[in-house]
Design a protein around this ligand. Structure first.
Ligand code: NI
Length: 163
């Protein structure tokens, strides 16, 4: 076991003003110490370095936030914002019409759409949806499952305050 030194890095970072996100939170900044296996810590350091983090505290806070948002979005009635990315072949008969019909059925949940003509055959669409977690997932599933849609992905984030 090795002491990971989160408290120290949090202090140093604070002095540089890098912890603005945390400092702005209502509760102020708490400093904690975390005991962690050396092997696990090395893996964690490698992971966060590969993702561009320059200190553990920021990575640690972002991981906690992501878990909290994910847990909140698991509840079907939670208000969420979802981003749906679709790639489809616009030559597939009636596909465009089907996707547009689906979107108009749920127009009050669709905040914005972006259409990019990827190449001669393929279109990329990005939709931003807002609603309950259940509704956003249902709309996304219907769009992604439409015949002719080659790739589809939904990313959900909390619609309210991010912790
Ligand atoms: Ni297109």
């Amino acid at each position: 076991m090795r002491y990971a030194g989160f408290a120290m890095s949090a202090c140093a970072e604070d002095a540089r003003g890098g912890a603005r996100k945390a400092a702005r939170s209502r509760g102020g900044l708490s400093r904690i110490g975390v005991a962690i296996d050396s092997d696990l810590l090395e893996k964690f350091d490698r992971l966060i370095r590969s993702r561009g983090y320059t200190n553990r505290s920021e990575a640690f806070r972002d991981l906690i936030r992501a878990e909290l948002v994910e847990q909140a979005a698991d509840a079907p009635d939670s208000p969420v914002v979802g981003t749906v990315t679709l790639v489809y072949d616009h030559n597939v008969r009636l596909l465009n019409e089907k996707l547009v019909d689906l979107q108009h059925e749920h127009y009050h949940h669709i905040l914005s759409t972006l259409h990019v003509h990827l190449d001669h055959d393929h279109c990329l669409e990005v939709l931003v949806l807002r609603g309950s977690s259940r509704t956003v997932r249902q709309i996304a599933d219907a769009l992604i499952a439409t015949k002719g849609v080659k790739l589809g992905r939904l990313t959900i984030t909390a619609a309210g305050a991010i912790p």
